[in-house]
Ligand binder design. Structure first.
Ligand SMILES: CC(C)(COP(=O)(O)OP(=O)(O)OC[C@H]1O[C@@H](n2cnc3c(N)ncnc32)[C@H](O)[C@@H]1OP(=O)(O)O)[C@@H](O)C(=O)NCCC(=O)NCCS
Length: 145
């Protein structure tokens, strides 16, 4: 398994993977903009079996998406993707990585907690379908040049 930067050649795989993993997948334009527009977009394997997308805003790296195709879960792909995002955030000079996750998303919450994220906020009723609270999670990192 290898984690690498996504290119525009990965667009179809990103769209397919996103649609297989999320109730509200992003459209082609959103993915094209993320890949071509300088966001951190990483994929695991070729063709992509996992993806991560994060955006650097000053000292904060916001993890916007992380997903692994259903048939490839529980084999460490998300762990590798998350570590790679954190490493890139450090190199970009970020002081923290932040994300929002549905409180009932046991797999994602466990993944984030296992990597040192802690809950710093809760928005009840944030998600509608299915209804759930959003947790705001935060990981403080030390920037590395
Ligand atoms: C969350 C998700 C990305 C995890 O991907 P994955 O490749 O299966 O995760 P990994 O195999 O790397 O697991 C790493 C750790 O995450 C946690 N974890 C992953 N899946 C889990 C599950 N079903 N139940 C409990 N903990 C889980 C565990 O701590 C695991 O470590 P372990 O295997 O040593 O116990 C995947 O389930 C997914 O794509 N879900 C749908 C999309 C989604 O909800 N994304 C997050 C939105 S915020």
């Amino acid at each position: 398994m290898s984690v690498r930067e996504a290119t525009l050649e990965d667009l179809d795989a990103l769209l397919e993977l996103d649609a297989a993993c999320f109730a509200r997948p992003w459209g082609p334009e959103a993915w094209r903009e993320a890949v071509a527009g300088g966001e951190i977009v990483l994929v695991a394997d070729t063709p992509a079996r996992g993806l991560a997308c994060a955006n650097v805003i000053f000292e904060c790296c916001e993890l916007r998406r992380i997903a692994v195709e259903p048939g490839a879960r529980r084999s460490g792909l998300a762990r590798s993707l998350l570590r790679a995002v954190i490493a890139r955030a450090r190199r970009a000079g970020c002081e923290r990585v932040q994300l929002e996750v549905a409180e009932g998303n046991v797999a994602a919450c466990s993944l984030y907690r296992a990597h040192g994220f802690s809950s710093v906020g809760r928005r009840p009723g944030y998600y509608r379908n299915p209804p759930d609270a959003a947790l705001l999670m935060d990981l403080v990192i030390v920037p590395k040049p």
